[in-house]
Design a protein around this ligand. Structure first.
Ligand SMILES: Nc1ncnc2c1ncn2[C@@H]1O[C@H](COP(=O)(O)OP(=O)(O)OP(=O)(O)O)[C@@H](O)[C@H]1O
Length: 240
């Protein structure tokens, strides 16, 4: 059984058909990417899963649980954590306390060892007592990731984690994500424009364009799909 199963998701905003029938699954411990040109519906699909947006129709199941019947506040308890496009950290707290917030917000409350594990995994141990306010963007993103992981999720939702980073930093974050997947067995659903990152880290890629799902498959299949190539060339977006 897939960890996450999304079926025929449809969303409209005041007449704009933001999503018209997205269907995909995420298996445990795998990396799935949602890609597509601007306005494709990626964020809308992501926001449905994190229960920020209510779809007009369709279903989302996580571990057999009907997510659309859950409150957003239940997601962490179920095993879903997310990061945001613009890392939202507690600026007056240090790195360690920012991560502890993630651990305490949920089911594994109080376990110091998992916070330590996550600090090590993300290379943040030596910065544990630094204030987050002064950290560079790449480190802030790691703190945000660590906070999400401190709740020991089985699914991690990432909203444009490469945004604003240099190519070098993007590849570092990719390697961090792959080590997280390997060490913690967490599944990742990622919305991202950085094609080199996506193509080199994903097991499965879902392509949306204009609210429609136009393709899905392995990076290799996506790269060779004429429909996908047409959409990307037409949009003048980054090359596949
Ligand atoms: N709250 C909203 N109200 C009205 N229209 C919206 C809203 N959110 C999204 N839309 C519209 O829905 C469509 C899909 O938007 P969405 O943000 O999901 O695309 P995206 O693929 O994430 O794009 P981007 O890569 O630019 O972030 C767009 O036409 C957008 O203008």
């Amino acid at each position: 059984m897939p960890l996450l199963q999304v079926d025929d998701l449809r969303v409209s905003f005041a007449g704009v058909h933001a999503l018209q029938g997205a269907s995909f699954a995420v298996d445990p411990g795998t990396v799935t990417a949602l890609i597509g040109p601007n306005g494709a519906g990626k964020t809308t699909a992501f926001n449905c899963i994190s229960r920020v947006v209510a779809p007009r129709s369709g279903s989302i199941h996580f571990n057999g649980t009907d997510l659309l019947r859950q409150r957003p506040s239940e997601l962490v308890r179920l095993g879903i954590a997310r990061t945001f496009q613009h890392a939202a950290l507690f600026e007056s707290l240090d790195v360690l306390d920012n991560i502890r917030v993630g651990a305490e917000a949920e089911r594994t409350k109080g376990s110091a060892s998992q916070v330590g594990d996550v600090l090590d995994l993300l290379g943040l141990a030596e910065h544990a007592h630094d204030d987050v306010a002064g950290l560079p963007l790449g480190s802030r993103k790691r703190v945000e990731l660590a906070r999400a992981l401190a709740s020991r999720p089985s699914l991690l939702l990432l909203d444009e984690p490469a945004g604003g980073l240099t190519h070098q930093e993007v590849m570092e974050i990719r390697d961090v994500l792959l080590s997280i997947r390997r060490e913690l067995g967490v599944a990742i659903l990622i919305v991202e424009h950085h094609m080199a990152m996506i193509m080199s880290m994903s097991d499965h890629v879902v392509v949306l364009a204009g609210g429609r799902q136009i393709s899905s498959g392995t990076p290799e299949e996506i790269r060779n799909d004429p429909e996908v190539i047409k959409v990307y060339l037409g949009a003048g977006d980054e090359q596949l």
